[in-house]
Design a protein around this ligand. Structure first.
Ligand code: G6P
Length: 615
């Protein structure tokens, strides 16, 4: 989704903004632009394409001087990706300039009104409507920029993170937030604005995350004032010290962020359970769960809401919670849940799962569940994100920044934390025996080393990728705990290589997908030792009789599947409930290598966004 960056201070704004936009590329975008104030005038350049295209164009078009500027990466919603629709946008007078992440839903009616008052529009965007609405308020009521932004935003329905400046008041940037994230970095006498802290982490560790319906007036060399947009009340700024460091957001010798993040999984999983699982003592402690234990124990059911890969982690959790803690679980796409008038009661617990903590549909599902009296528990990776703030309690995954658009370590760390919760509840409810509980803890502690073992198969997986890279369709099959892994494997391939892939429960194959099988169809079958193994083996036989190409993901030492399959990838033995943490790794590597071999943009696949802040 769109990324925004801004700077006001004593340094040259251009290099800071340009580098910042590059850091936000992971969010997914199709065009980019920058506006700078050089002491006299606004200089603006924008283009369809990538930040490197902008860089090449901008340096020919305008001077890059100035200590104030704003920049934007646009992920098209209203209006196709082209130069004109790219941000920043001017107001009609040319005095005001804006960048915006989000959607102004009532822009059509506002535009009609503004047209009646003589305003003209260059682009098809909702954003150009907003900047002219601000200008209109300024003109009619003789107001300063900050006040005009506030009044205009009170007329707006939708979501936004905006930054605006006025060439007649070049010591000031006004920012505001509702629904889309906005962080302000605070240096000595300088301020940074961005969709997340990555663009300014090397300049300052102090940041303020604006809350929804807050705006800030940021003055060069002075202070910043935060106000509530609705009632104008002043808000005390809460300055956080960031834990993020530069190394975490750079590639560290890997060709792509995705590969780096795949390899980070042993440590990320360990970081997720570190301090929360004390194996020798047999203790799991998660503050968010302990503080609300009564609610968890009295819950009629758990409803999991999430999108994309996080939804797949939710499906794995359904098996773990029901299996170990005997709590009924429903897993819902947040986008469906929020609009289908679901039955939710005060005895329901809603667990929302989100890497970014910003997914608009998941956020809306949480708000709906809360309004019906449910207790909402959030699982997020990004500290301080909107979902983390909106939920009643929660647990962070501590996976570290995930930059590659295709989620990898977020998935395995989400499963890790969900497993800890299920085990803790199972223990409290007495639905797990002491020996089984202990075994789970011991096995979970060994998972990082076993993931490392799977990563050693990379060269073998690459050789399989070489054979199948030009195939147009793939099937992924799994049963039980590994059915969601099949879905996730298929999603990874689709996302980054644009090859059509479908995930299915292995036994469902007979009800449709089997018709697709011939000698050209590769089928990835997850056949772990304790996962209804014989049943899966007979599914493999059905595929073999139809000449499908079989790639088996099996437990080390497997004999039967080896005989039937064209290729096998081995993973170390573990409990079936923990096996998704291992079986998912070869599928990530397979997708990665196919995409690289096909020359695709692995970290920023076309049309996709890392954090989907619009519905
Ligand atoms: C986007 C991303 C996916 C992610 C999904 C949910 O589609 O490209 O990788 O799984 O959003 O994101 P969340 O941040 O809520 O987990």
């Amino acid at each position: 989704m769109c990324g925004i960056v801004g700077y006001i201070g004593h340094r040259e704004a251009y290099p800071i903004i340009l580098k910042g936009l590059k850091r936000l590329e992971y969010r997914g975008y199709d065009s980019a632009g920058i506006a700078l104030y050089d002491g006299k005038d606004i200089k603006l350049s924008k283009t369809k394409g990538k930040v490197v295209d902008l860089e090449a164009k901008l340096e020919k078009e305008i001077s890059t001087d100035g200590n104030l500027g704003i920049g934007h990466t646009r992920w098209a919603t209203h209006g196709v990706p082209n130069d004109v629709n790219s941000h920043p946008h001017y107001s009609n007078s040319g005095n005001l300039v804006i960048i915006h992440n989000g959607i102004i839903e009532n822009y059509e009616s506002l535009k009609t009104e503004l047209k009646k008052r003589g305003y003209t529009f260059q682009s098809d965007t909702d954003t150009e409507v907003l900047i002219n609405l601000i200008e209109d308020v300024m003109k009619n009521d003789g107001l300063k920029l900050g006040k005009a932004v506030q009044i205009a935003l009170n007329q707006v329905v939708g979501a936004y993170a905006i930054a605006v400046f006025d060439k007649n008041k070049p010591n000031e940037i006004v920012v505001a937030k509702l629904g889309s994230p906005l962080a302000i970095g605070i240096g000595g006498d300088e301020f940074f604005i961005a969709s997340d802290a990555s663009p300014f982490i090397e300049y300052t560790k102090n940041a303020i995350y604006l809350e929804d319906e807050e705006m800030a007036i940021i003055r060069r060399g002075k202070d910043l004032k935060i106000r509530k947009i609705k009632d104008d009340s002043l808000v005390d700024p809460y300055v956080q010290e960031l834990q993020l460091n530069l190394e975490q957001i750079e590639k560290g010798g890997f060709d792509h962020f995705m590969l780096k993040e795949i390899y980070e999984q042993p440590n990320a999983i360990r970081d997720t359970y570190r301090g929360r699982m004390l194996v020798n003592e047999g203790i799991i402690k998660l503050a968010g769960v302990e503080d609300n234990m009564k609610k968890f124990l009295n819950a009629d059911r758990i409803i999991i809401v999430a999108c994309g890969t996080s939804w797949h982690a939710g499906l794995v959790a359904e098996y773990i919670f029901e299996d170990l803690a005997r709590i009924p679980v429903e897993v819902e796409y947040a986008s469906e849940f929020r609009y289908r008038n679901p039955v939710i009661t005060e005895k329901d617990i809603v667990i929302s799962i989100s890497q970014s903590g910003e997914t608009a549909d998941t956020l809306a599902a949480i708000k709906l569940a809360k309004s019906k009296g449910a207790f909402v528990f959030g699982i997020c990776n990004v500290v301080g994100s909107s979902i983390a703030r909106e939920t009643n309690a929660g647990a962070y995954t501590h996976a570290g920044p995930e930059i590659g658009v295709a989620s990898t370590k977020a998935f395995t760390t989400q499963i890790t934390i969900l497993t800890l919760i299920a085990l803790r509840l199972a223990r409290a409810k007495g639905t797990i025996s002491s020996s089984d509980y202990r075994l789970h803890l011991l096995e979970l502690e060994m998972i990082p080393d076993k993931v490392k073992k799977v990563l050693e198969s990379e060269a073998h997986i690459k050789s399989i990728a070489e054979i199948y890279k030009n195939t147009r369709n793939f099937l992924y099959l799994g049963r039980g705990y590994n059915f969601p892994v099949a879905l996730e494997g298929a999603l990874k391939l689709k996302e980054i290589s644009y090859i059509h892939a479908e995930g299915y429960p292995a036994a469902e194959m007979k009800h449709g997908p089997i018709a697709l099988i011939d000698e050209n169809m590769p089928i990835i079958v997850i056949a772990t030792k304790y996962g209804h193994y014989e049943k899966v083996v007979s599914n493999i036989q059905e595929i073999r009789s139809r000449k499908g190409k079989i790639i088996g993901v099996v437990t080390q030492g497997d004999v039967n599947v080896k005989e039937l399959a064209d290729h096998v990838i081995e993973v170390p033995e573990t409990l079936e409930s923990l096996s998704p943490l291992l079986t998912t790794i070869p599928l990530q590597l397979l997708s990665y290598h196919i995409a690289v071999m096909l020359g695709k943009n692995v970290d920023q696949p076309r049309n996709l966004a890392k954090s989907v802040t619009v519905e």
